[in-house]
Design a protein around this ligand. Structure first.
Ligand code: KG4
Ligand code: ZN
Length: 361
């Protein structure tokens, strides 16, 4: 029996989880800072790391209590060491190192992106153990606030990066457009909700399918939404600065004639179309036996539905609650690293731009 305690603190969630034998999630505690960052319209790094310091000890203690275990039951400690915000990563990793040293336990460093992929191995609500490994080769679409990557997973820990965004990450595009539409933060869930009452063909936004075969580009789409908003503001007689930037433009939803639900639905459709088209191409070209979704944007209902419709092979996606940052996914990734004999030294450092696949020189 192997029991892993995992810690995640790469962005604005302080999280700890306990996983037995790679399939029994005994505890999964997430202390979210969303309320704290809302008024800034995004994550405020300095505040995030301070809040992690406040939260980390209670969160780890709560995980042990929830699992009804004590330290003698834990076999290893897994912790994310990148990518993410340096100050945030430092808090979780240093806590993990201190605990590993004090308790004489092995430390397993985990890449945050790999953890998102392994969220697909977590138990779902209706089945206790779906955690049989989906057949390889897998094509995985990682879509989060900071990353949008298409990855070929040939085996455990054997990745080939096929492509990714050349500008904004998909989640970042959701967050920026939500701000522009005056919908708040985080953008993904609120755009999805607003889009429910909108017409997704009201605006024909660009899909940017012409960038590299498995690459994405979302900045043109973001600018197209901005142009619609600017044009509306002009017609309504609002003064617009000559070089108005996305970060400074925000529609006044109450006084505008623009349909925010139509804009949200049309934007969401454009993002999903691009994500699905490139994933389907990669799955065909590389003979994927399974397609995986991973990352916060994988919580998007339209993406989940469209990708299943478009692919002839089985698609695995984490239960929605495990798509956004949590330590359960870190525990599964840590479990498979631990099983493979992979261990980290206590000199393990944070790497804010850690890659899943190292760049070839
Ligand atoms: O994976 P995650 O929790 O953090 C990072 O590692 O970045 O992803 C957060 C991102 C945010 O940009 C958020 O707007 C987006 O995931 N997101 C969604 C949805 N839920 C979260 N995007 C689209 N639709 C959703 N339902
Ligand atoms: Zn994440």
């Amino acid at each position: 029996m192997t029991t892993i305690l995992a810690i995640e603190s790469s962005c604005d969630e302080t999280a700890a989880a306990i996983l037995r034998d790679g399939r029994e999630l005994l505890a999964n505690v997430v202390a979210s800072q969303i309320e704290l960052h809302k008024e800034y319209g995004g994550v405020f790094p300095e505040m995030a790391s301070r809040q992690h310091i406040v939260a980390i000890t209670p969160v780890v203690r709560q995980a042990l209590e929830q699992a009804a275990l004590d330290w003698s039951d834990i076999d290893a400690i897994a912790a994310v060491h990148g990518p993410g915000l340096a100050g945030s990563l430092l808090v979780g990793l240093n806590a993990a190192k201190a605990l590993a040293y004090a308790r004489g336990l092995p430390l397993v460093g985990v890449n945050h992106l790999e953890a998102h992929i392994y969220a697909n191995w977590l138990p779902t609500a209706d089945r206790d153990a779906p955690t049989s490994t989906p057949p390889f080769p897998q094509v995985c679409l990682i879509v989060s606030g900071g990353h949008t990557d298409l990855v070929l997973v040939r085996d455990h820990h054997d990745y080939v990066r096929l492509g990714g965004t050349v500008d904004d990450a998909a989640g970042e595009a959701f967050d920026k457009v939500a701000r522009l539409l005056g919908l708040g933060y985080p953008g993904g869930p609120v755009i999805q909700k607003t889009a429910e009452s909108g017409d997704d063909s009201a605006f024909r936004f660009p899909r940017a399918l012409r960038v590299g075969d498995y690459d994405f580009s979302f900045s043109g789409l973001k600018t197209a939404v901005l142009r619609v908003v600017q044009e509306q503001q002009r017609q309504e007689g609002h003064a617009i600065a000559k070089e108005q930037k996305l970060s400074h433009a925000a529609i006044d939803a109450d006084s505008s004639d623009l349909s925010i639900p139509d804009l949200a639905a049309s934007f969401q459709a454009a993002v999903v179309d691009a994500l699905v088209a490139k994933t389907v191409a990669a799955a065909e070209d590389f003979g994927a036996a399974t397609v995986l979704l991973a990352g916060g944007v994988a919580a998007n209902t339209r993406l989940r539905q469209e990708i299943v419709k478009a692919l002839p092979v089985p698609v695995r996606m984490p239960p929605i609650r495990y798509c956004t940052d949590n330590a359960g996914m870190v525990a599964v990734a840590g479990h498979y690293r631990y099983l493979s004999g992979l261990r980290s030294g206590l000199d393990l450092d944070v790497v804010p731009n850690l890659k899943l696949v190292p760049d070839t020189p």
